[in-house]
Design a protein around this ligand. Structure first.
Ligand code: SF4
Length: 265
């Protein structure tokens, strides 16, 4: 099983404890290329985690997922630094399995900078992005991965594994800083130019067609939410029932469509 940490000090505490207990672990490091967007991850087997569990209470980790071996390693180069750094550094606060894509992971990283001012410039540059000016969110795709950027946090859904998640975060860092550095040459755009298709909302609904929302099926509900005719919170199983774990993913994709609760329907 794999975990990472919101702080380097928590990772170091965990390693010291495992060492003291004589328990094995493997470290997967974001260094050098992704050092600014991650803290090392630990891969430990289930037996070790069980032995470790009681002692783990004092250590803050970001979550646990099944460990998938990275297909591509961390590049052997230092991360570029920027004179005007609008991103800062990122730390993964939440690590979990992707509820819509078994085997993939989802992370939420907090950043030390603030992306609010760069969003209109990124919106002018990134194809097929969705910019919600009111909610200050910027959503775009990296292959099949969905990236939702907020002023001080980045959510990545459907990353392959931890190294892939770091790669995506580093790309966001590079893009934000390069666009910010070149902003004198870019006309900022405040347009909502594109939005994820309704099927992306549908894929994040329970799919049980219970009709609690008043629609005959989850698909019909997704189409209405996508078109702005319904508030996503009318899905009772997710916002009050047994499917509460799907809330975050659903809200994130709705932010990308500009149809988040509280947005201008
Ligand atoms: S309430 Fe939710 S789960 Fe039930 S049909 Fe509507 S969208 Fe689907």
């Amino acid at each position: 099983m794999l975990t990472t940490f919101p702080k380097q000090s928590e990772f170091e505490k965990a390693v010291r404890l495992l060492d003291a207990m004589g328990l094995p672990c493997e470290v997967i490091s974001p260094e050098p290329a992704y050092a600014l967007v991650g803290v090392p991850a630990l891969d430990i087997d289930v037996k070790t985690r069980r032995a470790f569990a009681g002692e783990f209470g004092d250590i803050v980790c970001s979550g646990w997922v099944d460990c998938v071996r990275p297909a591509v390693g961390v590049p052997d180069r230092s991360p570029p630094v920027f004179d005007e750094d609008i991103f800062g550094y990122a730390r993964i606060m939440v690590l979990g399995s992707c509820s819509t894509d078994e085997g993939r992971i989802r992370v939420i990283a907090h950043i030390s900078g603030d992306l609010t001012d760069v969003f209109p410039y990124m919106n002018a540059r990134v194809k097929d992005a969705s910019y919600n000016v009111r909610g200050s969110t910027f959503t775009f795709m990296d292959g099949y991965r969905i990236i939702s950027a907020y002023p001080r946090r980045i959510c990545v859904a459907k990353a392959d594994e931890i190294v892939d998640a770091w790669r995506v975060l580093e790309n966001v860092r590079l893009m934000a800083n390069r666009v910010w550095g070149g902003r004198a040459e870019i006309e900022p755009s405040y347009e909502l130019r594109a939005k994820p298709p309704a099927v992306e909302i549908y894929r994040r609904l329970p799919g049980i067609n219970c009709r609690c929302c008043g629609e005959p099926s989850c698909l019909a509900f997704a189409v209405k939410v996508h078109g702005g005719a319904m508030d996503v919170r009318h899905c009772h199983p997710v916002f009050g029932g047994d499917y509460g774990h799907m809330q975050n993913n659903l809200l994130e994709i709705c932010e990308g469509t500009g149809r988040s609760p509280g947005s201008d329907f």
